[in-house]
Design a protein around this ligand. Structure first.
Ligand code: PLP
Length: 351
């Protein structure tokens, strides 16, 4: 079965070999306070920064999931209040998680075919944090680097937090324009679930120390303190970190991957046109490069999903209320070109 599900998604083809390797080297049984672990964590940080073009002065943290990042954010980086700009289910969930922890979370929904209108944004004066979902996995939209750059220019004093769960390691993100970036690894990293990567600016670190929430095991000040010696607050997902390390070692720099992802995305758009299907998102300026929802009538959608399954291809279900009228195609780096060709041939022969 070849999965085009946008998370959990097709894992890197070398995972079986790396798992064996992890077992053989004994890394799976090491103590997480040992030198071996600290070496692994340090090397993984170096690898991530080099391959994803993360600024040298940013800090990397390992946590368990993007959902956990919603909570870490709310607890540790918001003092007065946050503004959440969202157009889909994941951005909305982030807002809901924050509301449970902090009373001053304000949500701003925008239409999925509209751009985030950075110039018109108005924040209440005491806002300290702005939250955006860079790649909204539920509807296949994205906020481009240049828009985050505009946000940075307009709000130099706020913390900008970015959910990049389904784009980090897939597209070339400009990390310097925001402060708290995170992604769990079961999407563009092509890894099994259970680990998330956080990239934090020096300013976000300062902010966390200023807010000084220290009441939880995953409070930022504790995470920061432990990571200074390449350790974690809890026994971490060592296997996940090992696999992340190996997969990142093998990957080319994100510049090249970004280009491949864009080429594949254009190819998919041309293909959809050829077979008479439509992308859910019509506005080219907001279409995601990594998650492509295809829209049609419920009959066609369910028929295509069923026939695809018979041929060993798993199309991603539409998300939430888009379930009946869309299916989603993950355009993630770990999916191989010959697998995409199979999907292409499938669509050409079944439409
Ligand atoms: C998948 C996803 C999440 C949730 O990730 P978990 O690993 O399940 O916590 C959050 N945000 C976005 C944009 C996602 O695509």
């Amino acid at each position: 079965m070849i999965s085009f599900y946008p998370g959990p998604s097709r894992v890197d083809e070398n995972i079986p070999r790396y798992v064996q390797e992890a077992y053989d080297t004994g890394i799976l049984s090491i103590n997480h306070r040992s030198d071996e672990f600290m070496e692994l964590a340090k090397d993984t940080v170096t690898e991530l920064k080099a391959k994803l073009n993360i600024p040298e002065n940013y800090s990397i943290f390992f946590v368990s999931s993007s959902t956990e990042c919603w909570e870490i954010m709310a607890q540790s980086l918001i003092k007065n209040g946050s503004h959440h700009f969202y157009n889909g289910a994941f951005g909305e969930k982030w807002l809901m998680y924050t509301e449970k922890i902090r009373s001053n979370a304000i949500g701003h929904r925008f239409e999925m075919n509209d751009k985030l209108k950075t110039a018109e944004l108005k924040l209440t004066p005491d806002t300290d944090t702005i939250c955006i979902t860079q790649n909204e996995t539920s509807n296949g939209t994205q906020v481009h680097n240049y828009q985050i750059e505009e946000l940075r220019a307009k709000f130099p004093d706020q913390i900008i937090a970015v959910d990049a769960t389904s784009s980090m390691a897939g597209i070339d993100l400009d990390f310097k324009n925001a402060d708290f970036w995170y992604a769990s690894v079961q999407k563009c990293f092509g890894l099994p679930a259970g680990l998330a990567v956080v990239a934090c600016s020096p300013r976000a670190l300062e902010k966390a120390l200023e807010v000084n929430d220290i009441s939880r095991y995953n409070s930022m000040p504790s995470i920061i303190k432990m990571m200074q010696k390449y350790q974690t607050t809890h026994t971490p997902n060592v296997m996940g970190i090992y696999l992340l390390n190996r997969v990142m070692q093998d990957r080319k720099n994100i510049r090249f991957i970004d280009q491949e992802i864009r080429n594949r995305y254009s190819m998919f758009l041309t293909l959809l046109d050829e077979v008479g299907l439509k992308p859910l998102i019509e506005n080219k300026e907001v279409q995601s490069y990594t998650v492509l929802p295809v829209s049609s009538d419920p009959n066609t959608i369910s028929k295509l999903k069923m026939e695809a399954q018979k041929e060993g291809l798993i199309l991603g279900n539409g998300y939430g209320n888009l379930k009946e009228t869309t299916f989603r195609i993950a355009n993630f780096p770990s999916i191989k070109m010959d697998e995409i060709t199979l999907l292409k041939n499938f669509l050409l022969t079944h439409r």
